[in-house]
Write a protein that binds this ligand. Structure first.
Ligand SMILES: Nc1ncnc2c1ncn2[C@@H]1O[C@H](COP(=O)(O)OP(=O)(O)OP(=O)(O)O)[C@@H](O)[C@H]1O
Length: 809
């Protein structure tokens, strides 16, 4: 019943989905230099189909009763007039006619359109596309790199729904916008599985050579199938010739071999690849007695296994080259970039399950990883049991987000092979796997860290943010991961927390940092919060990634030295005690001297800050706004605004945190001294009050406070008010009357008129085109403006080139 639409051998024509048409076009036109990847893609599809069959058979015994699972490749030269072709056959899950239509005629892959846009943008030469192909995998469509026609014959296994499936063919030419599906006129010759026939383009006939195919499989696919891959070869063999006694020296097995060639023509043994061997019999052998048995060459057909090596993870790492590790990675994980490092190990789960594994650190973390903060499922832990792939879905036992990018193959020795996914979930080994992988992964990072600083720099470039995320997420490994992180400081780049501590000053009891996400470290280094620290020679970590402040908030201290946000209260240099007496005296003196200003500012700034104090962190700047321990720094305030976090906003805690700021003034700043003098000059007696001067001073203070907010990274609460104050101060400094009004009169709009235009007087949308439109670009001036406006344009000749006027010299 399922095959109803295809009954009677009729061909059904389908149009490709538009994305397929685009993809095929890219494949055919622009990826020419990557022609040879077709074989890797098709072998990998065949492998997937075999794997699918084996997995289905775990629950549905009927689909497979133990016949061999393999992939065969056969090259057929154009001897029958049908064209040179490569036939790749697998005994995998196969496809019904409907599946042929959807799987090969549509693209279900996410991100396809993005990929297509990128690939199309990269031009036609295909040179820049190598990585794109790697990242995407062109799959079946890569066939059209080498073939101008492709047929796919396929038959699914018997099922309850379709007890007697029929073999169908998908057929398409490279330049067709459509493909055909029809019942295979040869009948059900496959039994089960898929046979892909590539009719090679005339410029791709080199792929008919078995040596070429061997080379490609070796290069790209020796690891992409866990099933045997066989190549059809023909070998010539010498056998005693019983029929022919006349011509002992030459014998050929093929009818059209060049039999005219005699020993005299060839000086030594000559091998003609495609034909038969022409044996040259030497004088010496002729003399021998008894005469040699008469021989003839026969062609022996043979299926040679191309991937006879045991799987790489089962081998001794001493005998595996870096190239092998890399090409295994490429083929197995379908990631065609170079892995950064790997670790090949074996182990024992502790309760009897022994396993072998290879763990890879990819050479890049995809954008997708960071774009999907919640998608934490690891896809690339491939669990095998006795060399057979079982699953890459570890369910609840998957790795946490920070580690979910790692690529691992694990082959366990003695898990029950027919475990269903449900029972697998409760397996002890699986539960332990996560811990084993993370431990080994950190070991690998540590090894690079300790043994190869150059390489670790590369690691840090790729995994820097991962370490931070890990240190936040993974309590158990926090210290190890945080030790890998690197920061820019006021003194150098790439400083680890340990390096920072090695460089701390005598008495220093805090690790200083300043955080503002999105800023460049150079900009942060200019902040008023680090000016004194820097001037005195203290190192300050400059944090610019959103994760940084979260990380520091989580770990709080390193080797028992607490972190100190230098934009917050509580900053201590650590050498205050040395000149304690002097310092204390000085502070006391300053506090007394500036008391009138501090008191006055406290009332002026009461909306913005909780307190006003004399600063010990400023050098040049007159003042700064510092967050108190429980308060929000500018960075946190920005993050909250950016994430639009509702949370506590409006609550008492939020209110408190917003206001938990202190205005610090620099007693050595002339501006502050000037302000102090003016405040001291204010008459204190009620009747002597000079309201105007007081207002002026208030304005100055308000600008100073707003300025301090901005310098400290905060925003001015009311920028209109701020600028109208600045305007008044400017007027004063320019000697312009502060009260002189600006003429604000404007012409009002005419009265309301709801009437709509009639058909004739329709308001012009576009100016009418010139009668003699010559099709060239020009500036059109509306009728009513013509008397006021004139435009001079360059004169342009017939070829659209500007006519250059040469001035007479
Ligand atoms: N040999 C095959 N046997 C059974 N099904 C196949 C075979 N080759 C392809 N298919 C089906 O056609 C679909 C499309 O194949 P294609 O190679 O274009 O993409 P893919 O394999 O899904 O992705 P990728 O190549 O990136 O792994 C496959 O998902 C599979 O369902």
């Amino acid at each position: 019943a399922d095959d109803a639409g295809f009954a009677g051998g009729q061909k059904v024509k389908h149009n490709y989905q538009s994305d397929v048409a685009r993809l095929r076009k890219i494949v055919i036109n622009s990826l020419y230099s990557h022609q040879e990847i077709f074989i890797r893609e098709l072998v990998s599809n065949a492998n997937d189909a075999l794997e699918k069959l084996r997995l289905t058979a775990l629950t549905d015994k009927g689909v497979w009763n133990g016949e061999p699972l393999n992939i065969t490749i056969k090259a057929v030269k154009d001897e029958d007039g049908k064209g040179g072709r490569i036939i790749i056959t697998d005994t995998g899950i196969g496809m019904s006619p409907e599946e042929l239509t959807t799987n090969l005629g549509t693209l279900a892959k996410s991100g396809t359109s993005d990929f297509l846009a990128k690939a199309e943008g990269q031009g036609q030469d295909g040179t820049g596309n190598g990585n794109l192909i790697g990242a995407f995998g062109l799959g079946f469509y890569s066939s059209f790199l080498v073939a101008d026609r492709v047929t796919v014959a396929s038959i699914p296994p018997k099922s309850a729904k379709v007890p007697e499936p029929a073999q169908h063919v998908f057929s398409s030419s490279a330049d067709d916008a459509a493909f055909e599906i029809f019942p295979d006129p040869r009948g059900n010759i496959l039994g089960r599985g898929t046979e892909i026939t590539l009719f090679l383009k005339s410029d791709a006939l080199e792929y008919l050579e078995t040596d070429k195919i061997k080379e490609l499989i070796h290069k790209h696919s020796s690891f992409s199938s866990s099933f045997p891959v066989y190549l059809f070869t023909q070998r010539t063999e010498e056998v005693p010739d019983e029929d022919d006694v006349e011509e002992p020296s030459i014998s050929t097995s093929t009818a059209d071999a060049d039999t005219t060639e005699t020993p005299a023509d060839s000086e030594s043994t000559k091998v003609d690849e495609d034909e038969a061997i022409v044996e040259d019999v030497t004088e010496e052998s002729e003399k021998k007695e008894p005469p040699p048995p008469k021989m003839k060459s026969v062609v022996v057909d043979e299926w040679v296994q191309l991937n006879a090596q045991p799987p790489i993870w089962t081998r001794d790492s001493k005998n595996i080259s870096d190239e092998e590790y890399t090409s295994f990675y490429n083929a197995f994980f379908k990631d065609f970039t170079k892995p950064l490092a790997w670790h090949h190990f074996s182990g024992d789960s502790g309760d009897g399950v022994s396993f072998k594994a290879i763990l890879y650190l990819p050479g890049q973390i995809t954008e997708e990883y960071w774009q999907q903060p919640l998608a934490s499922k690891s896809k690339d832990i491939k669990l095998m049991v006795k060399r057979t792939f079982i699953t890459s879905d570890l369910g609840d036992h998957g790795l946490p987000k920070w580690a979910s990018w790692v690529k691992v193959v694990v082959d366990a020795d003695d898990l029950p092979l027919n475990v269903s996914r449900e029972t697998l979930q409760s397996n002890r080994f699986l539960k332990q796997l996560k811990g084993i992988i993370i431990k080994r992964m950190i070991q690998l990072f540590t090894k690079i860290y300790e043994e190869d600083p150059e390489k670790f720099r590369e690691v840090e470039g790729i995994y820097g943010s991962i370490f931070k995320l890990g240190a936040v997420e993974d309590l158990k490994n926090r210290d190890k991961l945080a030790a890998f992180t690197r920061f820019t400081t006021t003194q150098r780049n790439e400083t680890s927390l340990d390096m920072y501590l090695e460089n701390k000053k005598k008495g220093q009891k805090q690790i200083f940092y300043l955080a503002e996400m999105g800023k460049k470290p150079e900009e942060l280094a200019q902040s008023i919060f680090v000016e004194k620290l820097h001037a005195r020679g203290y190192e300050v970590l400059l944090l610019t990634e959103p994760l940084d402040e979260i990380l520091f908030g989580n770990i709080r201290q390193w080797k028992n030295v607490p972190f100190q946000d230098v934009a917050k209260a509580g900053l201590k240099f650590g050498d205050e005690e040395q000149d304690l007496e002097d310092e204390k005296q000085e502070q006391k003196r300053m506090a007394e001297k500036f008391k009138p200003l501090l008191d006055w500012l406290k009332t002026e700034a009461k909306d913005a800050v909780r307190d006003v104090v004399i600063s010990n962190r400023l050098v040049k700047s007159p003042c700064a706004i510092v967050a108190e321990t429980g308060g929000y720094t500018a960075n946190v305030q920005k993050m909250m605004a950016a994430s639009n976090a509702k949370g506590n906003r409006g609550g008492i805690l939020h209110e408190f945190a917003m206001k938990a700021k202190v205005l610090e003034i620099n007693p050595r700043s002339p501006l502050i001294e000037g302000l102090l003098r003016r405040v001291e000059d204010l008459p204190s007696e009620e009747d002597e009050k000079d309201l105007e001067t007081e207002e002026e001073l208030r304005e100055v203070a308000s600008i100073l406070i707003d300025g301090a907010l901005v310098r400290s990274g905060f925003e001015v609460p009311n920028s209109n008010l701020f600028f109208s104050r600045v305007d008044r101060v400017l007027r004063r400094s320019l000697g312009v009357s502060e009260t002189a009004p600006t003429d604000e009169t404007v012409k009002p709009a005419p009265p309301v008129d709801p009437e709509l235009p009639s058909e004739e007087e329709q308001y012009p949308i576009m100016p009418p085109l010139d009668e003699e439109d010559d099709g060239k670009a020009k500036v059109i001036i509306p009728e009513h403006m013509k008397k006021d406006v004139s435009i001079e344009m360059e004169e342009i000749d017939d070829d659209d080139n500007p006519v250059v006027q040469h001035d007479e010299l």
